[in-house]
Design a protein around this ligand. Structure first.
Ligand code: R5P
Length: 289
């Protein structure tokens, strides 16, 4: 087996290889002046199981093209098997046709993945309407969750934590993490009006007293979901607020906005960013076994 770090997976690929005690190499990727992608394998992949590590953030579509090119190239060069490890996998929220004529993006990407790879491992995929990865991919798939690491972080650094999930789907992270710690949790009701406009509400009265409010969600993208949650919980008397997510995309300056709103922000390192303090590499390495 050889672990290959793709352009947006390098930050984790080396650590995964170390933890799994497997050889590591970085895929050589460059851009032509017209923005076409050029890539090559710096080591022989003939007869090997190749594991591509790629996280899909920033120029998401370029990241996708890169792994499809790399997977087919590895097979042409004689790789025995090609697997994809995706610390953050994109398009999972576009899993339905919400308006007539829309592309169900996840369906398209999943079929490309099926054609290109022999197996896929994803960290905390955003499963909502699709209940399992088996419903999305036809190739063998596996899922790891950062919940135990998030729980360990909270136990170590935060006293009197009360965990809030900002919407129904967040129970997989918020409620599950609260159970691991044995603390109280509550789930908010979110209404999304557009990519940048959401409203959240709490169904029950809650006394935040001297609690440290911890908002846990899988993804922070524009940050509007968490900003609204902070506003609501501050209105209920929250003083200390920490927001923890698995995938810190932090689009459109979201991190600065959340910090300005008075919250401490912590993320896992599925996506590199200044607050990626929770290392998921050992979990991803164990998905390779
Ligand atoms: C969606 O349900 C996810 O769990 C997140 O709550 C959502 O993606 C966050 O998006 P944003 O940060 O743009 O509000």
């Amino acid at each position: 087996m050889v672990i290959i770090g793709c352009s947006h997976g390098i930050h984790l690929a080396k650590k995964i290889a170390l933890s799994a005690k497997k050889p590591y190499a970085a895929l050589a990727v460059e851009k032509f002046p017209d923005s076409e992608t050029h890539l090559s394998f710096p080591v022989s992949v003939r007869g090997k199981e190749v594991v591509l590590v790629q996280s899909f953030y920033g120029c998401v579509n370029d990241c996708l093209v890169e792994v499809f090119f790399a997977a087919m190239t590895a097979k042409e060069l004689g790789a025995k098997k090609v697997a994809l490890v995706a610390p953050y996998f994109p398009y999972l929220r576009q899993d339905d046709r919400f308006y007539s004529g829309e592309c169900v993006s996840l369906e398209v990407i999943a079929r490309y993945v099926d054609q290109s790879f022999d197996a896929i491992a994803i960290m905390d995929p955003h499963l909502h309407r699709e209940k399992s990865l088996k419903h999305i991919f036809r190739i063998p798939s596996s899922l790891s969750t950062a919940n135990p690491l998030i729980a360990a972080y909270i136990k170590k650094y935060i006293r009197n934590a009360v965990i809030f999930g900002p919407d129904f789907e967040s129970y997989r992270w918020a409620e599950a993490t609260a159970k691991l710690i044995g603390c109280e949790s509550a789930t908010l009701r979110k209404t999304r009006y557009s990519s940048r406009k959401v409203k959240v509400a709490l169904n029950k009265k809650i006394d935040l007293g001297r609690s440290h409010v911890v908002i846990v969600d899988d993804i922070i993208s524009t940050g509007h979901t968490i900003l609204e949650t902070i506003k609501l919980l501050k209105g209920l008397g929250a003083k200390a607020i920490t927001c923890i997510c698995v995938h810190g995309i932090f689009a459109e300056g979201a991190l600065g906005k959340l910090q300005k709103a008075g919250a401490t922000v912590v993320a896992c390192n599925t996506i590199p960013n200044p607050v990626a303090k929770i290392d998921v590499s050992t979990l991803l390495a164990s998905a390779l076994k």
